[in-house]
Each structure stands twice: as structure tokens, then as C-alpha cells.
Design a protein around this ligand. Structure first.
Ligand SMILES: Cc1ncc(COP(=O)(O)O)c(C=O)c1O
Length: 459
């Protein structure tokens, strides 16, 4: 009897086509223990997809530097390469070849003296690329220094450099900021270097403000230091964002291998490189700048190919999409897209200025297309930038407020990254929501105590 009613129920379940009335969705999803029985794939797919609605909307994420919009062809290429492992160079030689072509094109874009023969590779992002660039510099330093603790000198760097220094036991000498100096300057840098400095790392597109540190003047100061002391300190440029901006929009700016002291550069393909998440690049000035003992040799097209990466298995789609972007956009296409981002950033900056309560820390004219602002010292307002960020979240905007690194922690800023896909119209909707938030604060004094947050992406 029981058997018969069970089978009736099974048949009813099979003809029942409403996912939300199905057995699977009558329960909350397991969160600690996997279920014993198989469940219907489509129903579970729906439930998992619905859980993802709780995330913020990526297209409204103005905090991230990473791409939140990619074209249909990139979606197709990602799908078509979902089964390809980047590490299997022998099995997927054409994908390996595509990676090699990207490295050569970037080496050329960044003015390597030998773009065809120099070394470089794809990574999962700038963090892994920075780790590899840093390791090469550490090995170089170790080859001439048997004693002493290595140190690395930088301005307000992204967390990946803190990780690099901590993981490899390197003393991190982060030049402290001042409220009126929000980057490393050559004069300040000179106070921190010595014979154990493995490298100075300027950032082309500081995470906190989007502004460029002046690589050329830092290099000149290091040239003078070498003439005086004989100590030769290399530069690695963290061009996570700027590496795909400056070559197109400020080609006259010297920050790359045109400066002989610049030995390596990292950049994020998934930021202004316009590729889907999961690709970064590191390129060395010449073959000699990557120490041999970091290289592993793998079979490839019947020959031997050098590899150097922290990961073994890695998806290939992002690299293939990078190649697609480099080919289909070309120099002019990248320039047009990035110029449009700068125009929108300037528009945002102008509109924010009109509100008369903000001081702009970055206005999209000096650095990457980012706008950062703080409250004017004398602004007579009853809210903080943290409150404004919270309020904007009710409209779906993710544009957090944060405090600056030492010694400028009292400076609290909000920052918006203008990326491909953040159109003038979306920028206008964002500004209108800021105005609405200000009206709201004017009629509803904020009740919550001041929140103190620090930058959680760069620290
Ligand atoms: C200057 C800088 N360096 C490194 C990184 C880390 O890059 P990724 O997220 O590609 O690992 C970032 C990320 O925002 C950055 O802004």
C-alpha cells in the first residue's frame, strides 16, 4: 500500500512542473552537510541562482577596479574554453601560443627594448603578478647580498605587496602619507632606501585615490642616489590599472620600460585590460631580468617552454578573451573606450563640485578614471561619508567610504571607479541618487553613531 502511494507521489512530482512547488524547494538549502540523495538539477539551479540575488548588483559596483561588463563574444569564448587548463601547454599549444602573443604585445605596448624575446606570463591577477615580480627582485638581491634583511620601499600600495613582504619575510617600508601628500614622492622615498632595498615599487593608479605616482622622477632620484653611493636599486611598477590606460590616453607619460631602471611591470587584464575576471600580467624588461632559478621548463609543441607561476591549474578563457580584446579593439579601440571613461569621470567630478560640500581628491584628470572626494572641512552637514555610502546602497550603488593609510587616517574619502559599461546615463542616475540622499539627510538627521572604517580592499 505504502509502495503504491510512494510511486503515485513520484509520478505527481514528475508531472508537476512548478519549480517552486517542488519537494526540493520546500526546504531551506543545506548549509553545513551535503544532502544524501540526488536532487533535481534544474530546481537546485533555480534555488542557487536565487540565493545569488542577495549579492550586490555587479554593474552597480563602483568600488571595484575589475570589469563588470564584457561583450557577448567574450561570454562565448569563456564558454568555449571552460574545459581548457592553462597549464597544459602541450595539450593546448594554441592557447599557450595565444598567451605568448599577449605577453609580446604588452611588452611592446610598455616599450620593452626586446618585446619579442623578453619574458612575461599571465597570472590570475595583479596580486600573483606582483608576487612573481617581487620574487624575481628578491632573487636578484640575494645573488649579490649574503647578509642583511631585504626591504621593499613603496607608497600606499595595495594589499598584495603587504602579502608579498609578509610571506617572503621582507621588511616593508611604506612611505607614510600626510593629509596633504597622498602618495610617495622622490624626496620621501630617498629617506627609506638603503643597500638592502630589493626594489622601489611606485603605483600607476593608487588604489585609494586612483592617482599615478611619478615613476620618472622616482627613477631620476634613484639615478642620483646611485651616482652618490654606487647602490643600484631597481623599480617594479605596479600598473594594475594604469598599464592598460596610460599607453592609450597619456602616451607621452614615461612610466614604463622607456625608463631603464624599470625592470618589471604588472597589470590586471581583468581591470582596464577589459577582460573577464581572472587574468593579470607580469612582464620583465629583458630576458636577463628574470632569474633563471625561477623558471620551470615544460614540453610544448615538441620543444621546451619556460613557465613561472604560483598556480598549476588555471582557467584559460580569460587569457583567450584578452587576446580577443587586444585584436578586435586594437590601440584605437582601447583608447576610445578609456577616453569615454575619463569623460564620464570628469562629468561626475563636475557634478559633485556643484554640490559645494565636497573636496575632490581625484577628478579623473590625473591618474585613472576614478573620482574620489571628501567632505569639505567646513561643510555644515549632519552626516558622514559612511552614512552617504549606506544611503546609496538602498539604491543598489556600491560605493563605499574609507579612511586613508598611515599617517592620513583622518582623511575619509568616497571613491568611484568609472569602467567600461558605466555609461554617462548611469553616472547621471548615480548623481541624482546622491542629491536625493542629501535631501534625505537634510530632513532626517542621522541617528547612528559615526562609524570608523578603514579601506578594506587595500589593507
Ligand atoms: C594598485 C593595485 N595593485 C594590485 C592590485 C591587485 O590586483 P588583482 O585584484 O588583479 O589581484 C590592485 C587591485 O585593486 C591594485 O589596485
Amino acid at each position: 500500500m505504502k509502495k503504491q502511494s510512494d510511486s503515485k507521489k513520484q509520478i505527481r512530482d514528475m508531472v508537476d512542473d512548478d519549480i517552486f512547488a517542488s519537494d526540493e524547494l520546500k526546504h531551506v538549502l543545506p548549509d553545513f552537510k551535503m544532502p544524501r540523495r540526488e536532487q533535481d538539477a534544474d530546481r537546485i539551479y533555480q534555488a542557487v541562482r536565487d540565493e545569488l540575488m542577495m549579492d550586490g548588483n555587479a554593474r552597480q559596483n563602483l568600488a571595484t577596479f575589475c570589469q563588470t561588463w564584457v561583450d557577448e563574444n567574450s561570454h562565448k569564448l569563456m564558454d568555449q574554453s571552460i574545459d581548457k587548463n592553462m597549464i597544459d601547454k602541450d595539450e593546448y599549444p594554441q592557447t599557450a601560443e595565444i598567451e605568448r602573443r599577449c605577453v609580446a604585445m604588452l611588452a611592446d605596448l610598455w616599450h620593452s627594448p626586446n618585446p619579442r624575446t623578453t619574458m612575461g606570463c599571465s597570472t590570475t591577477g595583479s596580486s600573483e603578478a606582483a608576487m612573481l615580480g617581487g620574487l624575481a627582485l628578491l632573487r636578484k638581491w640575494q645573488s649579490t647580498h649574503k647578509r642583511g634583511k631585504p626591504n621593499l620601499v613603496c607608497g600606499p600600495v595595495q594589499i598584495c605587496w603587504h602579502k608579498f613582504c609578509r610571506y617572503w619575510d621582507i621588511e616593508m617600508r611604506e612611505v607614510p602619507l600626510a593629509p596633504d601628500r597622498l602618495m610617495m614622492t622622490p624626496d620621501e622615498m630617498l629617506k627609506y632606501i638603503d643597500e638592502n632595498t630589493i626594489a622601489v615599487v611606485p603605483t600607476l593608479g593608487i588604489t585609494y585615490t586612483g592617482r599615478y605616482e611619478n615613476v620618472e622622477s622616482i627613477a631620476r632620484a634613484l639615478d642620483a642616489y646611485q651616482r652618490k653611493t654606487g647602490i643600484d636599486i631597481p623599480i617594479h611598477v605596479d600598473a594594475a590599472s594604469g598599464g592598460f590606460l596610460a599607453p592609450f590616453c597619456q602616451p607621452e607619460l614615461k612610466w614604463d620600460f622607456r625608463i631603464p631602471r624599470v625592470k618589471s611591470i604588472n597589470s590586471s587584464g581583468h581591470k582596464f585590460g577589459l577582460s573577464p575576471l581572472g587574468v593579470g600580467w607580469v612582464v620583465w624588461r629583458t630576458r636577463q631580468d628574470l632569474p633563471d632559478n625561477l623558471i620551470f621548463w615544460v614540453n610544448y609543441l615538441g620543444g621546451n617552454m619556460p613557465t613561472f607561476a604560483l598556480n598549476f591549474s588555471r582557467p584559460a578563457g580569460q587569457i583567450i578573451c584578452q587576446y580577443y580584446n587586444l585584436l578586435h579593439l586594437g590601440f584605437e579601440g582601447y583608447k576610445r573606450i578609456q577616453d569615454a571613461c575619463y569623460d564620464t569621470a570628469k562629468y561626475l567630478a563636475r557634478e559633485l563640485n556643484k554640490l559645494k560640500i565636497f573636496d575632490l581628491v581625484a577628478d579623473g584628470t590625473d591618474g585613472i578614471p576614478a573620482v574620489a572626494w571628501r567632505l569639505k572641512k567646513n561643510a555644515s552637514v549632519n552626516f558622514t561619508l559612511y552614512d552617504l555610502a549606506d544611503r546609496l546602497r538602498t539604491n543598489g550603488w556600491l560605493s563605499p567610504a574609507y579612511s586613508m593609510p598611515p599617517n592620513a587616517q583622518d582623511v575619509v574619502v568616497m571613491r568611484v571607479l568609472v569602467k567600461h559599461g558605466f555609461s554617462r546615463d548611469l553616472a547621471d542616475l548615480y548623481i541624482n541618487d546622491i542629491k536625493r540622499a542629501l535631501d534625505f539627510f537634510a530632513s532626517h538627521p542621522v541617528q547612528t553613531p559615526l562609524k570608523r572604517g578603514s579601506f578594506n580592499h587595500g589593507k
